[in-house]
Every structure is written in structure tokens, then in C-alpha cells.
Design a protein around this ligand. Structure first.
Ligand SMILES: NC(=O)c1ccc[n+]([C@@H]2O[C@H](COP(=O)([O-])OP(=O)(O)OC[C@H]3O[C@@H](n4cnc5c(N)ncnc54)[C@H](O)[C@@H]3O)[C@@H](O)[C@H]2O)c1
Length: 424
């Protein structure tokens, strides 16, 4: 593809999709040629915010430094029907950033037209769709990647290099957690139903399971899991928002109360739904245990009710010659307006034969960059693939397939109380 200008379109132009488009447009002006969404309001508000230099909380996880964006970007050809866009426009690459339950349908449309595919995680949300996407893409002649944003983070790469380079000997086991300090947000928007997300294992843990796989470089064999919903959901109306609720100032989960008591900045208006709504049917805590090839074991747990300033993500990697402690949130503090003051990750390695004062301790600064500094490096990697250059952050379909299989197997285990063999 080298030498030929990219022609990129996006299906699902919300937070992820619009930021992906903005990044490509900044790197290669004119490369984004069209977008499709059932509703263009999120695209408009995000682009308007960047044009007005006041992105605030609208950027969510994908905040970027965007400069030199032309006002004309708002006038990109816009479609509500993806087939119409893919047929009418001159496109070679498609960003798929819709709700998770339609990724598979959009992947199929792009495969039929032989386009490069940059899809958001997860690959798909049902066993049938995951297998279908795998069959369609396993030998695909064009670029096809699943977006795991943390994989490009310098700390993730360093952790992988340590483990696979032998710093802690041969890997024996992993103990990993994700205590999500912004967990309420998952229950304030579309992600809160099994219809659109399947589970929060597939929505969230999929990243961590992929990171564990990537760091240890082994294939999982079997999975068992437990899960329950103990915090979110209830009897409140599905369309209720904190803005119009009579408990706006008394409910401890009100976005206004969180702003007052925990100095948490108000989320954008479309992320203010009541976390006790009837339609919420997803478990909000999970424990997963994994057996890898060669007898290596791992435990993983995630919760969505960590204190607003108490997020924890990472874990211990135990090897024959030492232990590596990966802390994605090492030091972390932001202003009430959501601006990062300090943000870094750390790797702390203790070796089996080591004197007490000896230590391998590394710190990776990510202040001002999302996903522990993984977002932009991940996008650089996608551009490299599209331009035919090598990259370590390949985000392959196989990686997306394995992570999705693990998440679906974990949910199956929760439902059946059985250990599930992955059969990879
Ligand atoms: N890699 C990451 O770190 C990361 C982070 C957040 C979200 N995501 C993923 O990105 C995807 C989008 O999430 P988001 O946070 O941007 O959500 P969002 O609500 O901000 O945007 C989703 C957009 O997709 C549109 N859409 C939904 N169904 C559609 C359809 N059938 N056709 C056209 N448009 C459709 C919606 O109207 C909306 O504008 C999800 O799959 C999510 O899992 C990934």
C-alpha cells in the first residue's frame, strides 16, 4: 500500500470512532473520507469540542492533542446505512467502532468488499459470531486488527520483554486484578445490557486477558469463573438520568454527589443514566481462573466499584527466578476537571537470588495520554501495518479471537458451574 494515500471510513462515530478518525486525519490530512452512524450527534459534539479547544470530558478514554483540524471535517460525507457508504465512497480501510453486538455484521460487510479492517474490541459478542469472524479473517489477505489499546503502552511492552526475555526465569503463574474506579460509567450508558455488550468480561476483562496472554506468550487451555451483580441495577426507569432525578443530591451514586463528595468531574450528558435502572442485567464483579499450556496458571478478578481515587490494575507475574509486579496505576492524580496531573505505571522486579538493596524498578509516565500511553502508540502501529511496515503491536485477529473465546468461556462457566475447555 506504500505510496498510495489511505482512504479511511468509520462505522460507529462515537467516542472511539471519532477519535480514531481524528488521529488519522491529523497524521495524514485528507485520509478520512466518510463516516456512518445511526445518529451523528456524538461525532458533531466531539469535533465541535476539538474545534473549540474545549474537549473536557467528552473525549473519555481517547483524549488527544489535536491541532490544525479544519472546520471542513464536519462536512465529511455522512451516511446512516453502512452498505450505502461502502458502495458509494472510494474506501480502502474501515474503522468499526459501533456497539459491540454489531461488530461481526460490519466485519462481514468489509470482508465482502476486501477492505482493511480496524475493529474495536471485542471481535464479536456471541460464540457463533466470534467463530464466523475467525473463519472470515484468519487468512485474510488485507490488514485486519482488533483494537486492544493497552497493548501499545510502553509499560505493557516492557513487561512482555521482561517475562519473555527471562528476567524472572520461566513463568509459573499470574495473579491479576482490575478494580475499576470509573466503574459506574459502564452502567450509565449503552454498555449496561447483555444485548449490546454480552458481559463486562467481554467488555472490560478482554483487555486484561489479552495483556496477560501477550506478556506470558502462552495459549490458554481451560477456564473457570464466578460472577455476580451486587452493586448496580434495580427498579429505576431505564431512561432516568441524574439530571432529572429527585434524588439528584441525596443518592451516593448521583453524578452530582460524586462531583461534590469525590471531586469527580461531571460526565457528558449521554453518560448520566441511573445506575439502578431495570434494564441492567450484567454482573459487576468476576473472578476467573485460567490454565495455560505447560501447566502455567492465572487468576484474574475485576470489580466495578473501586473508590473514585482507588483504581488498581495489574498484577504479579511469578517465575522460577523472581516476581514481577506490574502496576498500571502507580501514581495517578487528576484535577476535578479531569486533567491529569500525574500518571504513571511501574514494574517492580524481585529476583530469587538478590541482595536486599538490589531491585529492578521502572516507571513509565503517561500523564496526558490515555490507556497508559497505549492509544497513540497503538494507532501508530495500525498505520505501520496499513503502510506495510513491521510493528511489534500487531493486534492480530488471532489475539482478538483468543481473548473473546476466553471471555465467552468464562461466562459459560459462570452459567454452567463447569470448567470450560477452550479447544484452541
Ligand atoms: N479499545 C478500547 O480501549 C475501547 C474503549 C472504549 C470503547 N471501546 C469499544 O468501542 C466501541 C464503541 O464504544 P464507544 O465508547 O465509542 O461508544 P459510543 O457510544 O461513544 O459510540 C458508539 C457509536 O456507534 C454508533 N452505532 C451503534 N450501532 C450502530 C450501527 N448499527 N450502525 C452505525 N452506527 C452505530 C452509535 O450511534 C454511537 O455513535 C465498542 O465496541 C467498545 O467496546 C474500546
Amino acid at each position: 500500500m506504500s505510496g498510495k494515500k489511505l482512504r479511511i471510513a468509520c462505522i460507529g462515530a462515537g467516542c472511539s470512532g471519532t477519535h480514531h478518525m481524528l488521529w488519522f486525519e491529523q497524521r495524514i490530512p485528507g485520509s478520512v473520507v466518510a463516516f456512518c452512524d445511526l445518529d451523528r450527534r456524538l461525532f458533531d459534539s466531539i469535533v465541535d469540542a476539538y474545534l473549540g479547544q474545549n474537549i473536557g470530558n467528552l473525549a473519555g478514554d481517547f483524549k488527544q492533542e489535536i491541532s490544525g483540524l479544519s472546520k471542513d471535517f464536519k462536512n465529511l460525507p455522512y451516511y446512516t446505512d453502512p452498505d450505502e457508504m461502502l458502495d458509494k465512497e472510494d474506501i480502502d480501510t474501515v474503522l468499526i467502532c459501533t456497539y459491540c453486538n454489531v461488530h461481526a455484521e460490519m466485519i462481514e460487510k468489509c470482508v465482502r468488499r476486501n477492505m482493511n479492517i480496524l475493529t474495536e474490541k471485542p471481535l464479536a459478542t456471541t460464540e457463533e459470531d466470534v467463530e464466523k469472524c475467525w473463519e472470515l479473517l484468519r487468512n485474510y489477505p488485507k490488514v485486519a486488527v482488533v483494537n486492544f489499546t493497552m497493548k501499545g503502552a510502553p509499560v505493557s511492552l516492557a513487561a512482555k520483554h521482561h517475562v519473555q526475555g527471562g528476567t524472572i526465569g520461566d513463568i509459573i503463574s499470574v495473579q491479576y486484578v482490575n478494580n475499576v474506579h470509573y466503574g459506574d460509567e459502564f452502567f450509565r450508558k449503552w454498555m449496561r445490557t447483555s444485548e449490546k455488550s454480552d458481559t463486562l468480561i467481554l467488555q472490560k476483562a478482554t483487555h486484561d486477558l489479552d495483556i496477560i496472554n501477550n506478556i506470558i506468550g502462552l495459549k490458554p487451555v481451560s477456564i473457570a469463573a464466578f460472577g455476580s451483580r451486587l452493586v448496580y441495577g434495580g427498579d429505576m426507569p431505564n431512561d432516568l438520568t441524574c439530571d432529572v432525578c429527585e434524588k439528584k443530591w441525596s443518592c451516593p451514586m448521583s453524578v452530582y454527589r460524586l462531583q461534590l463528595d469525590a471531586a469527580k468531574s461531571l460526565p457528558p450528558e449521554h453518560i448520566r443514566k441511573c445506575v439502578y435502572a431495570k434494564e441492567i442485567d450484567l454482573d459487576d464483579n468476576h473472578v476467573v481462573i485460567i490454565q495455560y499450556e505447560g501447566g502455567v496458571t492465572a487468576s484474574y478478578s475485576q470489580t466495578f466499584n473501586a473508590p473514585q481515587r482507588g483504581g488498581q490494575r495489574g498484577g504479579y507475574f511469578i517465575g522460577t527466578e523472581g516476581i514481577m509486579h506490574l502496576k498500571c496505576y502507580n501514581e495517578f492524580s487528576e484535577t476535578p476537571q479531569g486533567q491529569m496531573l500525574v500518571g504513571n505505571s511501574s514494574i517492580d522486579i524481585t529476583r530469587y537470588h538478590q541482595k536486599s538493596g538490589t531491585r529492578i524498578y521502572e516507571v513509565y509516565d503517561w500523564a496526558g495520554h490515555a490507556h497508559f500511553d497505549g492509544t497513540e502508540y497503538g494507532l501508530e502501529a495500525k498505520l505501520a501495518l496499513l503502510e506495510g511496515r513491521p510493528t511489534e503491536i500487531a493486534n492480530t485477529i488471532e489475539e482478538g479471537y483468543i481473548s473473546a473465546k476466553m471471555c465467552l468461556a468464562a461466562q459459560k462457566s459462570i452459567e454452567t458451574s463447569q470448567v470450560v475447555k477452550l479447544g484452541l
